[in-house]
Design a protein around this ligand. Structure first.
Ligand code: C2E
Ligand code: CA
Ligand code: CA
Ligand code: CA
Length: 278
């Protein structure tokens, strides 16, 4: 350590190389898992706060590494993006979701919706949603059975490609949710401009909700404004009954979080849905 300053590069480079090597290995493992159909799909309920009923869910991808166990999407989604695997993963998430939606529309609620996440890279990819719509049509499902969750950053530097994508979605009836709302450089003007259907209040707001707190005031204002613009509001990260009550009082439409349920394997979620009181 004494000559670490003098020889800074030889001190740090090995660590960087190890990190790069790990990323490479993990990316290779991910490629293998995707090809072998080893990704898993979890669902988390989105609860209608006034009635407590579940007619919506978010699809969340999972990867169980044979040696490392569950790898967080926060770790492998960036690898999937840099390697291009994200497109295959996204296709699989959509196909798998569509099959479950068909069951849940038949057995649980005729307007059951599933949201799928799209990273900016996926959303900005050339090409429309013809493939998706073909699959939905084959299953007898309308575009409205799918919600795509995108982040606000996409709208900020709304290139023609992004605008075009949003118009394509509107044409086929697929809905759009703005994820993690409030964490970026939120500008409200684009909410109406882009025909967004749902706004998801980020869990950093939900976490700090308390009567008369500034996050409460902000959430109140976001909900009022969203409703004026015709959007529905979903609060993320609802963990306590207090947070749930405050959100319901503020007129928030839906809640999602550990208070209701953690994300769970599709079959388990299916059983959860069938167990809800009718
Ligand atoms: P996200 O879209 O914001 O998803 C919500 C995350 O919050 C999920 O983490 C979920 O498990 C977690 N969560 C839900 N309720 C609570 C709660 O009450 N408390 C806390 N502390 N956390 C809660 P997850 O599943 O680890 O996913 C992380 C991120 O990975 C997602 O954030 C999303 O950006 C990305 N992701 C997940 N699945 C996909 C996918 O299929 N495609 C793409 N492109 N991204 C995905
Ligand atoms: Ca999301
Ligand atoms: Ca719409
Ligand atoms: Ca989110």
């Amino acid at each position: 350590a004494k000559d670490a300053g003098r020889n800074r590069f030889s001190y740090f480079t090995p660590a960087l190389q190890v990190a790069a090597l790990n990323r490479m290995r993990l990316t290779n493992d991910l490629r293998g898992a995707v090809k072998a159909g080893q990704m898993e799909l979890y669902f988390q309920p989105i609860v209608h706060l006034r009635t407590g009923r579940i007619h919506k869910a978010e699809a969340l991808v999972r990867w169980r590494h044979p040696l490392r166990g569950m790898v967080s999407p926060l770790e492998f989604i960036p690898l999937a993006e840099s390697s291009g695997l994200i497109h295959e993963i996204g296709e699989w998430v959509f196909q798998e979701s569509a099959r479950w939606i068909q069951r849940w529309r038949t057995d649980i609620h005729p307007e059951f919706q599933v949201s799928v996440n799209q990273s900016p890279l996926e959303f900005q990819r050339e090409g429309g949603y013809e493939g998706w719509m073909r699959l939905l049509t084959d299953l007898g499902l309308p575009g409205q059975s799918i919600v795509i969750e995108i982040t606000e950053g996409l709208l900020l530097d709304a290139s023609n490609a992004v605008t075009k994508k949003l118009l394509q979605l509107r044409d086929v009836g697929i809905q759009v949710a703005l994820d993690d709302f409030g964490t970026g450089y939120s500008s409200l003007s684009y909410l109406k401009k882009f025909d967004i259907d749902y706004l998801k209040i980020d869990r950093s707001f939900t976490r700090n909700l308390a009567p008369n707190s500034s996050d409460m005031a902000l959430s109140d204002a976001i909900i009022v404004m969203a409703h004026k613009l015709g959007l529905r509001v979903i609060a993320e990260g609802v963990e306590t009954p207090e947070q749930c009550d405050l959100l319901a009082q503020a007129g928030c439409d839906y809640g999602q979080g550990y208070l209701f349920a953690k994300p769970m394997p599709a079959a388990e979620f299916d059983a959860h849905l069938r167990g809800q009181p009718s």
